[in-house]
Design a protein around this ligand. Sequence first.
Ligand code: MTE
Ligand code: MO
Length: 377
Amino acid sequence: DPFAGDPPRHPALRVNSLKPFNAEPPPELLTQSFLTPNELFFTRNHLPVPAVEPGSYRLRVEGPGGRALSLSLAELRQRFPKHEVTATLQCAGNRRSEMSRVRPVKGLAWDIGAISTARWGGARLRDVLLAAGVRDNTGDSTGDDNEWHVCFEGLDADASGTPYGASIPLKRALSAEAEVLLAYEMNGTELPRDHGFPVRVVVPGVVGARSVKWLRSVAVSPAESPSHWQQKDYKGFCPSVDWDSVDFGAAPAIQELPVQSAITEPRPGAAVAAGELTVKGYAWSGGGREVVRVDVSLDGGRTWREAELGPRPERGRGWAWALWELRAPVPAGARLDIVCKAVDRSYNVQPDSVAPIWNLRGVLSNAWHRVPVTVTR
Ligand code: MTE
Ligand code: MO
């Protein structure tokens, strides 16, 4: 059993697949705290968790023109200043189960919990690339450096030895504002095994798939990662595209994610007490586009009120979600159709229904979240 060495997990996690391990926290625990506790942070593994001996761990960093660095964990910690970022990671498949209710899709049936937030600590990828001899000339937009990518490989590999891999544009990797990390800390402790021990990439504002765990190598390349997960997965398509007609080469790989929100309390189908109802949820957008507003409806979208956004420790750096709350009086015996939708600082909004954004892989599922409940008599 290649999964026999996987670590123990928290019993509260909702397991979507055991081998490889994929699990999400229950919604009401997800919004209990701004930072998701490490043991409740959603886990998305494609392969067995590799066993890494920290003393012999080496990170290989390949610059252009054959220059390369090999860094021990101690060197990564000592040679580069530690940088900390509070960032939300969301899987492209978050809320996929709502998409498969429209028509079946291929993929894990995530509910609304394939998203979590942590304070990450590590070396800036930018600093490590500069130390490897990469030139910082991406400000020159006429240069073809804009097409270059930084490719990552994990230590996790399939039976044929092919590792998990992904890439991001070199421009993002070198940008000081983008704050891409080679993280060795998560919420103040070393990375847990499920989340990439000893080193993972954290790409704030970008789909979780690019934040490669158990990082083995970083390579500057004139092309995107050749990995299956960059080329043949994590792309969006027209609702009419099916598995016979799909051309994965025709769509760009997902990087920054669209605006998202969901209701974590109450749960669909719940019977709530008459009086004051508290509705809770999260809202987030990709690319550092901070959420500026969350609208909530109790009548299926006919009338709206503005939710109260919770405190955000790093205001102005838009990498983390906003937790929100709405209190409203509800009469005994009512049937409520609770809906939420978020607005980001570019005034992007969520689509009102799933069908027009349906895609065969069930990614980018960000329609208004709907939760029907009844109020008891
Ligand atoms: N990195 C490696 N090496 N192997 C993986 O399977 N899964 C990716 C990404 N990095 C993955 C990986 C995907 S699809 C997501 S959504 C995030 O890790 C999930 O990170 P988490 O498990 O820490 O939540
Ligand atoms: Mo993912």
